[in-house]
Design a protein around this ligand. Structure first.
Ligand code: PLP
Length: 384
């Protein structure tokens, strides 16, 4: 048996085989799959902006004006004025000196980390960090140490033991974790970064558009903009579009333009996407009701589930309901599917054994009524 065939068979035998499920339509927080319609609790369109008329209109206008492609990388002829407008506006939104746009969050993390860190450096990262962060560190060749999730005693222990063995040091965490829906103690992280002469990078993929007074993220909410060296985030989740940014000093921006391979060797984002991102920043500023409602509903949902005696993690729009064994997560997900609700089971190795969960990703489209019905359904099926 060939290597690939053997691999696929093993995956199937372990019930870990991944497949794609094309939707025939998606709108208003609903998704249509194989002819059935579901309320979708597995999308990152947290503010419902992917269907916002202002984003659509901006995108169509930009396509009519500039065409469908940027046709080259930023350093060649793909650099349009609207790319610069987006970077200025992003820097203003994040409260930083500068910002640089990337083609995706994955490309941002792999490119930025590998261009900043060298073999003689060290990187400390939260154990639950996104794959793109880990891949960026591996690509850099730096020594890497993970600390236990949100455990700063563990981080300090590692810093004390390892920091002086290396040239430069970078600490990386996320501001809202995708599988646990929780946040790190950012103020204490800043204190540690200063004490141990490190840089601090945060990934605001799930916090951008949702947290902070103006919706720019958790760093804003905690008033730490001036204390974090690199604030990465995406336009692909709450902002309803595509692409990513790093908000940083002008010096770091210039360094990345000159060294970052995922920035240099990739075609610039198309005008339609850049224009939608610009419009999304306006909507986030002008329609705070979206993020307020989202977080209120998430708090309501979490509290009600806890009242029913469930173990529920996090404090954000991501609500993980712990169900234990992976078989049970699959069974509950299927039972909720029959009730018209699409929520995915998250199983090992993505999460620890015995901590399989249903991960509810709430969006502005989910009304209080939808959540009430969902809570009822969960109560019923959990007796199965
Ligand atoms: C989604 C995500 C990314 C990747 O962003 P894309 O724009 O989808 O490539 C990076 N980091 C975190 C924490 C994410 O959740």
């Amino acid at each position: 048996m060939g290597r690939i065939e053997k691999f696929l068979l093993e995956r199937k035998n372990k019930n870990l085989f991944r497949t794609l499920h094309p939707a025939t339509s998606r709108s208003g927080g609903k998704i249509r799959l194989d002819g059935d319609e579901y309320l979708d609790f597995s999308s990152n369109d947290y503010l419902g902006l992917s269907e916002h008329p202002k984003l659509k209109e901006a995108s169509i206008k930009a396509t009519e004006k500039f065409g469908t492609s940027s046709s080259a990388s930023r350093l060649l002829s793909g650099d349009l004025e609207i790319h610069h407008q987006l970077e200025d506006k992003t820097a203003e939104f994040k409260g930083t000196q500068s910002a640089l746009v990337f083609n995706s969050g994955y490309q941002a993390n792999t490119g930025i980390i590998s261009s900043l860190c060298k073999k003689t450096d060290v990187v400390f990262f939260d154990k639950l960090s996104h794959a793109s962060i880990i891949d960026g560190i591996m690509l850099s060749g730096a020594r890497l140490f993970h600390f236990r999730h949100n455990d700063l005693d563990n981080l300090e222990h590692l810093l004390k033991r390892e920091r002086h063995n290396f040239d430069a040091s970078l600490i990386i965490t996320e501001t809202v974790f995708s599988m646990d829906g929780d946040m790190p103690p950012l103020k204490n992280l800043v204190a540690l970064k200063e004490k141990y002469d490190s840089m601090l990078m945060v990934d605001e993929a799930h916090a951008t558009g949702v947290f902070g007074k103006t919706g720019s993220g958790l760093v804003e909410a905690e008033g730490l903009t001036d204390c974090v060296d690199l604030i990465m985030g995406t336009f692909s989740k709450a902002l309803g579009s595509f692409g990513a940014y790093i908000a940083c000093s002008n010096e770091i921006k210039q360094y990345l333009i000159n060294t970052c391979r995922s920035f240099i060797y990739s075609t610039a984002l198309p005008p339609a996407v850049i224009a939608a991102n610009l419009a999304a920043l306006d909507v986030v500023r002008n329609e705070p009701v979206r993020r307020h409602t989202l977080l209120e509903n998430a708090n309501y949902f979490r509290q009600e589930l806890r009242k029913l005696g469930f173990e529920v993690l996090g404090a954000s729009q991501i609500v993980p309901l712990i169900v234990g064994e992976s078989q049970r997560a699959v069974m509950l997900s299927e039972a909720l599917g029959k009730k018209g609700c699409r929520v995915l089971p998250i199983r090992p190795p993505t999460v620890p054994a015995g901590k399989s969960r249903l991960r509810f990703s709430l969006t502005y489209h989910h009304s209080k009524n939808d959540l009430e019905k969902l809570i009822n359904d969960i109560r019923q099926i959990s007796r199965l």
